[in-house]
Design a binder for this molecule. Sequence first.
Ligand SMILES: Cc1cc2nc3c(=O)[nH]c(=O)nc-3n(C[C@H](O)[C@H](O)[C@H](O)COP(=O)(O)OP(=O)(O)OC[C@H]3O[C@@H](n4cnc5c(N)ncnc54)[C@H](O)[C@@H]3O)c2cc1C
Length: 457
Amino acid sequence: MPSLTMQELRGAVRGPVITRDDPGYDAARKVYNGMIDRHPNAIVGAVDVADVMAAVAYSRENGRILSVRGGSHSVPGFGTNDDGIVIDLSRMKGIRVDAAARTVRAEGGCTWGDLFHATYPFGLTTTGGIISTTGIGGLTLGGGIGHLTRGRGLSVDNLLSADVVTADGRCIVASEKENPDLFWALRGGGGNFGVVTSFEYRLHPVKDVYVGLIFFELAAARQVLEFYRQYIATAPEEMGAFFAYQIAPPLPFIPEKRHGEPFCLMVACWAGPLDKGEQAMQPIRKAGPIAAELVTPMPFPALNAAFDPLLPPGLQHYWKASFASEITDGAIEAHLKHGPKVPAVNSTMHIYPINGAASRVPADATAFAYRDARFATVIAGMWPDPADNAKNVKWVKDYYAALQPHSTAGGYVNFMADDDQGRVKENYKGNYNRLATIKRKYDPDNLFHINQNILPS
Ligand SMILES: Cc1cc2nc3c(=O)[nH]c(=O)nc-3n(C[C@H](O)[C@H](O)[C@H](O)COP(=O)(O)OP(=O)(O)OC[C@H]3O[C@@H](n4cnc5c(N)ncnc54)[C@H](O)[C@@H]3O)c2cc1C
């Protein structure tokens, strides 16, 4: 069969096909991480499943490198490439809430801001990312950690089905009933198995949440970390709370003279009955001397958008990640040494709890293997000026190296840099071989390889 030409591809799709000579090319090739500067041959702005099928067929038949882009947040820049094709799903934003069934179906170009906005009026939501501009696609396929993880599981634990365009160009359904092997692999295996054009999630009755953004004096970091590891092990599962290091941004609730100072903090989200929120925050507020705090009820989508101004597109990003079953005394020493050195107001280190509902799922029930881990740690280097790259990358690497003796070998695929490809087997532990077998079935030629890549075997 003759290959589709670029001209035929343009004719076959309804969305724009943007190539090097087009005026919108430079804007279309940009991804969220400003460190990534690649020049794909064409960006296909898919508007529907048919467009995705045509772009997959074109890439396969012409032996093109293929990247898939949803929200564009991939730190290693998996949403683009040099000289290949990008399928940009960002125009595919259809969402349908079924309030009676408590489900939502959302197209692959939606962000978490889009999804939470759509489900909020129904008093429903699900586990998604903590920043509104992150795509549902990449985040879900890697696992999905957010404020609701302890009570409602990972995003993949709430995924009910997916429409997937596979490497052979078919569009198939993946669910417990249809293509269950693919469904298993999608729940943690990243973008390795095809283009998911829509995701169906289970929803939970959560509307407004009680939020605590609590900045503690840096000198109390040991006390706060010791409190956190103990508290979060048995805290009510309606409480999502993570520990962080952060330079104080110029927020109205932080005294002006302290803006720009590093702090340790807790970001707490109580998703239980609102009238119990004040009481639920009390133990956290006693964890150490408070320098500044915002403790208030707010709509869940407002919490989701609260940190967006700190993270505009175009920052430089370099991240490292690991899991831990415990925050050991040695890990606390590492945090005390490196956390306070956080070099930029956009940068941070978060320790997310993944106990509770997420840890009750058996390790082999989905591709996400670290059900025995209790914490997912990310050192997220983010800064505006490329001139500061060396300094910031060094902070991330040094911090990560200090934590490694106290962490698992693998980490969360969505929090990793592109120099972490060597850890892919460790990221999936006992699930890797099964993933490799499913990869061989659905993508034997590894068309979808711009990701934390699972090799077909
Ligand atoms: C500011 C920021 C905040 C974050 N917060 C969180 C968080 O709270 N929780 C968390 O778990 N992670 C978080 N992450 C990590 C995030 O999960 C990953 O960066 C993820 O890849 C982003 O997905 P995306 O669709 O925005 O990215 P993209 O760059 O668009 O996609 C990344 C890769 O995912 C795959 N992919 C994306 N969509 C599809 C699709 N529809 N079908 C097939 N493959 C697809 C492709 O391989 C693609 O290259 C955050 C990242 C950033 C930068």
